[in-house]
Design a protein around this ligand. Structure first.
Ligand code: ATP
Ligand code: MG
Length: 399
């Protein structure tokens, strides 16, 4: 039930109204509601000033007070309530120099990016649609509010957002909007990489990624984005939705000689680590030549990550990455191998470095790590059982 989220938030609008303020739902939630899609978060816009919002509600958090956003806690849920805003001049094709709080809804929706995102709805589900957003939704059209060139000149992130919505919704980009995007694409070099990455993550996971990605290629958008600008994105085929991490891993494996630094994407360390893991899986896959290679591969990488990569086999092949025969490595065989592994991790080995030192009677050194890895491989391969006396015997003859 998509309506129920609005029902839960309705008292906030009603409370603002009973205090003589206007209040509306706006943005993505109204768009998704009109498209009968699930709604994730609700944005509320109001004529009340931040301090007036704070005066009315018992529990508030001033998360973005200077931009007019107050978090209202109601029935245990958090709602972002933002004062109607107009924007001053823009600097550097990104954020406006200043924002003004205003009392008219029209001024607020006028600064929003696309007609489908500029529709307001009151607590009784009455729609206020100044820019034909509903008609554009019905016709599956992405169109800027006002003049496309001006709007993209003000904030170039809107170009990437437009393509992101195309990837998610499969809509067509209206002609002037498309030309505006093309003319202003180089301005995305002024944007912060964090803002771009947020949109790219949504874009690559979009169901209609193919056309959107082709547009990114056609606009040569990647030439202006840190990290990506080192790669030749025209070599890449992206015609099905992929997690952002896999997209990056594919690119790195496809063009291994390019020196792009993940740090330039300013993503978290965990994300970087995950990309590295996917990269290793993609590079190791074609090297699987025998059953023991396969066992070690499943042991070294998590089953979940391998299975995840395998679901993209078609895409991997399309991007000219070497692959392994699906007759050998497939979801079924990976699961079978994983279930038969004698140990799950190094920690389970029944012998440790100290035992080894005592046995071999050599001073500690890098050989120790190599020897432990050899033992680990032998256990995985079934050469030796993971039982201490057996391992000791094995060490005496092999290390
Ligand atoms: P999603 O469903 O992915 O959250 P959304 O449309 O709600 O999509 P948000 O990034 O949450 O997108 O932004 C909320 C609203 O704020 C948008 O619907 C739009 O009205 C406005 N908005 C966001 N970014 C911009 C921008 N760069 N320029 C103009 N308006 C914007
Ligand atoms: Mg949103």
């Amino acid at each position: 039930m998509t309506k129920s989220i609005f029902e839960q938030a309705k008292p906030i609008l009603k409370t603002l109204q009973s205090n003589e303020y206007q209040a509306f739902f706006v943005g993505g939630s109204v768009r998704d509601f009109l498209m009968h899609k699930p709604i994730h978060d609700i944005d509320i816009t109001t004529s009340a000033m931040p301090e007036e919002i704070e005066a009315i509600f018992e529990k508030t958090i001033p998360i973005g007070r200077e931009h007019g956003t107050i978090n209202v806690v109601y029935n245990g849920e958090h709602y972002e309530v933002t004062t109607f805003r107009a924007e001053g001049d823009y600097e550097d094709h990104r954020r406006p120099n200043e924002v003004f709080f205003v009392r008219e809804l029209y001024e607020d929706v006028k600064r929003r990016d696309f007609t489908m995102n500029a529709i307001a709805m009151d607590a009784d589900y009455h729609i206020l649609d100044y820019f034909g957003g509903q008609q554009d939704i019905d016709h599956h059209i992405i169109r800027t509010v006002g003049n496309a060139h001006e709007r993209f000149n003000e904030d170039a992130l809107r170009i990437i957002r437009g393509l992101r919505f195309q990837a998610q919704l499969g809509f067509t980009i209206e002609k002037n909007t498309f030309h505006g995007m093309k003319s202003h694409i180089s301005d995305i070099k002024y944007l912060s990489i964090e803002r771009i990455v947020i949109e790219l993550k949504k874009l690559t996971s979009g169901r209609y990624i193919d056309r959107s990605f082709q547009n990114l290629q056609y606009f040569k958008a990647f030439n202006y984005i840190p990290f990506f600008k080192h790669y030749d994105l025209s070599q890449m085929i992206l015609d099905e939705s992929v997690p952002f991490s896999l997209f990056i891993a594919l690119l790195k494996v496809q063009q291994p000689n390019v020196k792009g630094h993940l740090n330039d994407l300013k993503i978290s360390n965990n994300e970087k680590k995950h990309i590295g893991k996917l990269e290793s899986i993609l590079t190791q896959l074609p090297n699987i030549k025998s059953k023991s290679d396969f066992k070690l591969f499943v042991y070294d990488y998590s089953q979940k990550d391998i299975l995840n990569v395998l679901t993209f086999t078609t895409l991997i092949v399309k991007n000219n990455l070497p692959n392994v025969s699906p007759l050998i490595v497939n979801a079924q065989s990976v699961k079978e191998i994983a279930n038969q592994l004698p140990i799950q991790s190094r920690k389970e080995i029944d012998i440790n470095g100290k035992d080894l030192l005592n046995l071999v009677n050599k001073p500690s050194g890098p050989w120790l790590k190599t020897a432990l890895r050899e033992i680990e491989c032998a256990i995985i391969d079934g050469d030796v059982q993971n039982i201490k006396p057996e391992l000791i015997k094995w060490v005496k003859t092999h290390v």
